[in-house]
Each structure stands twice: as C-alpha cells, then as structure tokens.
Design a protein around this ligand. Structure first.
Ligand code: ACM
Length: 516
C-alpha cells in the first residue's frame, strides 16, 4: 500500500514491476505445546485462527474482566485495538460464562477454528484458565510488551479441561530475603500462566518479619530491618499486602499468609522482649533454633493481634501458622501451643494450615497439613496418616520433589542439597496419589516452596523456579493418565521462547529439548 501511494513516477513503476513481490509470511502456527497438558485436547486438521487488526473480544457481563485481561495481554505485541464488546461477528474471540456446570469451579472449553475462538466456562476462573491455554497456542512473541510483526496464528484445537486437584500452589519465602510488591506481582503473573491458584507467602522467620502489624510496630520496623545475608530487609505495609491480595485475585490466585510459630521466631523475639521467657530480647539474626514462650499469656495476645489482622486482610480460607522444626519447644508445650493457636485461627473465621508437624496437636477436621517429608520417611508418613484419620486435608510438598531451593545437580551454582538434587525430571516424575501410601483421598493438591535462605536476588528466584514450577503445576492440574516425561519435556522446551520474551531467567537443563 505504501509503495502504491508513492508510485507516481515512471521510475517508481519500474521498481514496482521488477522488485521481488513481497510475500506475506506464511501463517504457520506454532505446534500445540501447552503446559499443563489439558485433560482433553484434539487438534483440528486444517483449522487455524489468525488475530486481525479488526478482531474483537466479545465478553459481556461477568466475562468482561477476563476479556479485558486477554486484551491487555495481546494489545502491546499485536498493536491491535482488540476492543472488548458485548456483541461480535465470526472471526472474533468469544468468552462466555454460560458453560455447563459440569466444568466445575475452574474448568473450561476452548475451541479454536478459522471462524473464531470460542471460550466457555461456568466461572471466571475457568475463563481465565482458557485464556492461559489460548495464549500458549499463539507465537511466543505475543508475550512481548512492544509491537511485533505477526502473523498471530493459533492452530485449530478443541479443548475440554478441568483440574485434577483444587490446590495448585507455589510458596515464596519473603522472610529470609524480602521481595517487594512488584516482584511478587511478577511471580503471580508467571505462576498463573501455568494455572497455579495459590501463593503461600512465608512472611516471618528467624531472619526477618515482613508484614506490618498494628500495635506491634517493631515487628516489621525492627524485625524486618535485615535478612539472611545481613542485607537491608524490608516489609509490606498492610496496604502493600492488600495490593498483593488484589493483584493475586485478578490472576485467580489465593494468598495464604504464613506466620511461622512456635519456632522460627527470632525476628519477633528480637523486636519484643516480652515474647521471651526470660524477658530479654535476643539480637537480630541470633544463630540457632528459637521458640515462642508457650506458658506466657502475652504470646497468645500477640498471636491474636497478628492472626486477627491477617485474617481481616486475607480473603482466602486459611491462615498458616507454620509449626515446622519446633526443635526448642517441648512436645507437651508444642501440643498445648497448637491447640491454642488453632482456637485463635478459628475464632477469626479461618481454617488452620501448617506444616505436617501440626498433626502432633489435636486438630479439628477443618485443618490442612502441608507434607514436606521426603520419599519413604516413616515419621513424616505417620503424621500424614494422622491427618487422614482426622479428616484433615493434605497439600503435598515433598522436599525431594517440590522444593525449588534444591540444586538441580552438583553443578548448580546456588541452592541447597539436604533433600538431594532435584532435576527437572525428578520434580515432574512423581504422583501425589501414591507418594505417601494410603492417603490419596485426602490429598487436596500440591505446592512448590521456594525457600530463599541463600537467594538474595530475583534472578536467583526465577532461576530456581523455572523450569521446575511448571512441572508441579502440571502434576496439580493434568490427569494422571496424561503424565509422560517424554511428552512433557518437549512441551516444556517450547516454553523457553515465551520465557525469553518475558525476560525470565531460567535454567536451561540439559534434560529438556529447548526450542529457541
Ligand atoms: C520446612 O522446610 N522447614 C518446612
């Protein structure tokens, strides 16, 4: 068109006649390589959908927010207007909340053909997950934040997809090293691309306290003033935390706040002398194990304030009270403590979550335990069975499978190895239904914790998270019948192009055939 407008002269006519004809790039859609693998996906031969400058996103009523989210993903790279409208024509992308209730709380249907994209779900979460799948059908450069050249073609598919587990989690330890709101939001963007729906924030530990609590200002201001490598630390104001919760909700992620007790409390005890049995505050970063003073009544007044404020700030069902590695708390004190803290959590209208050691206390059937034992660990498995007998749910985070702080192999420059090395295939190749024998019916899902004791930088966080987190996401979402390392590694390899565009620092494991 530009050439035509300029071609008003004879010489230009010659150029137009003899110049090689500009051929549009062929519409070659990328192969269908989606993570997590949908429960059912059929490619439609000969069908493909191409986004055009005139494409509309038809999403009315309750679907409009997800329509705007999709438009926000695709406008920067395509440069197209992609208006979100109430009505459309063939060739548009349609998001419809009128999907059958059999799709459940998170399922969706997605049909991509030459005449348009049809997304149906029963909930906005389902629409959101359909968008995550659709986005992976487009070329990776669709993720760019600056205008790229098309074509924007997705292969024709018919997908019907529902998750295996309700709880698909990641955990970020912001206590050992603090990460500001923008980085947590970046993490939320990356984990929700893989249909992770829970982000557990480890908000306190020996090395730092990261959430401001009214009436106890020194917790964050003093207890949060350093970190595990003696850096400057930091903390979230309650408005910061509200913003994280709001952003997470926009990505269909529930925030679970954890205040680790009765151990892992040096930062709190350094901030308030009265939280210590001897009335003397230890120094910040005091080495060794710590314990709250279980007989002191102020311990529970303080916990009531902390848990009450977190409960008010947190829309999710759970408050996580930690409960792991209470090495300096006697078994009798531990049991008493767990009972008291459970009453506090329940009194604020929430359910108790903790590491599986909380099963040593007397828990109600509403509690959930997070299993972090390794394969075949008899003591840990015994506690998982206690959980089962009580009707408590289990979230599986086996340290030798899901702990993202473990090194990939001996050559990994950063990380831990106490649970062994966890290669990408190790992290993927296990089944939550059989990992702890006899508790399959009580497993509500999986979670991948990233402890940051030795990770001060965001680069470190991404490098240890990717490429392993998508494997945990797939274990949580995809049916066991689709589980295949041989197939998964190829689909995972295709994510590299996306991460390159998104600027994610990932580990290029030699186990994976990386595309790009
Ligand atoms: C833990 O890794 N201490 C839960």
């Amino acid at each position: 068109m530009v050439r035509k407008l300029l071609c008003l002269t004879v010489s230009c006519l010659a150029v137009a006649l003899f110049a090689p004809v500009a051929v549009a790039a062929p519409d070659t859609p990328p192969p269908v390589r989606v993570v997590p693998q949908p429960s059912s996906i059929v490619t439609l031969p000969g069908q493909a959908f191409t986004l055009r400058p005139t494409t509309r996103i038809v999403a009315s009523g309750g679907a409009a927010d997800t329509g705007q989210y999709l438009a926000g993903l695709l406008r920067p790279s395509t440069g197209y207007r992609l208006p979100v409208t109430n009505t459309g024509l063939p060739g548009d992308i349609r998001l419809d909340l009128g999907g059958p209730s059999s799709l459940g709380d998170e399922g969706y249907r997605l049909t991509v053909t030459a005449v348009g994209v049809e997304i149906a779900a029963h909930t906005t979460a389902g629409l959101f997950y359909a968008v995550q799948t659709f986005r992976q059908l487009l070329p990776a450069k669709a993720e760019a934040r600056t205008v790229q050249s098309g074509p924007w073609t997705a292969r024709g598919v018919a997908v019907r997809d529902t998750p295996r587990y309700a709880w698909r989690g990641a955990m970020l330890d912001v206590a050992r090293h603090f990460f500001p709101v923008a980085q947590v939001e970046n993490y939320l963007d990356l984990i929700s691309l893989y249909k992770i729906n829970t982000l557990h924030l480890h908000l306190s530990d020996n090395d730092g306290w990261r959430i401001d609590i009214n009436g106890w200002p020194r917790l964050a201001r003093y207890g949060g003033s350093t970190d595990a490598t003696r850096g400057p630390g930091g903390f979230y104001t309650q408005d910061d935390y509200r913003e994280i919760v709001r952003y997470a909700a926009s990505r269909h992620v529930t925030i679970i706040p954890e205040i680790d007790t009765p151990g892992h409390v040096t930062a709190a005890q350094a901030s308030y002398a009265e939280l210590n049995c001897d009335g003397v505050a230890p120094p910040l970063l005091n080495p060794g194990w710590s314990s709250l003073c279980v007989p002191l009544e102020v311990t529970y007044k303080w916990l009531d304030d902390v848990i009450g404020q977190l409960a008010a700030l947190t829309p999710g069902d759970y408050i996580d009270i930690g409960g792991d590695e209470a090495v300096n708390t006697s078994p009798a004190d531990y049991k008493y403590f767990i009972d008291r803290v459970q009453q506090i959590v329940l009194s604020h209208g929430k359910k108790l979550l903790g590491w599986h050691q909380i099963e040593a206390g007397d828990l109600t059937g509403t509690a959930t335990a997070q299993y972090w034992g390794t394969a075949g660990s008899a003591d840990d498995e015994a506690l998982a069975r206690v959980a089962q007998q009580r009707g408590n749910k289990l979230v599986l985070s086996p340290a030798d499978k899901t702990y993202l702080d473990m090194k990939y192999d001996a050559s990994t420059p950063i990380g831990q190895d106490w649970a062994g090395y966890t290669s990408v295939s190790d992290g993927y190749d296990w089944d939550p239904a059989t990992f702890v024998p006899g508790v399959a019916d009580d497993v509500t899902g999986v979670e991948a914790p990233l402890w940051t004791d030795v990770f001060p930088t965001w680069h470190d966080v991404e490098y240890m998270t990717f490429p392993r987190l998508p494997g945990i996401a797939e274990i949580g979402w995809s049916p066991a019948s689709t589980h295949s390392w041989a197939d998964y590694r190829v689909r995972l390899g295709a994510q590299a192009q996306r991460w390159d565009v998104l600027g994610v620092s990932y580990y290029r494991s030699p186990e994976v055939p990386w595309a790009g």
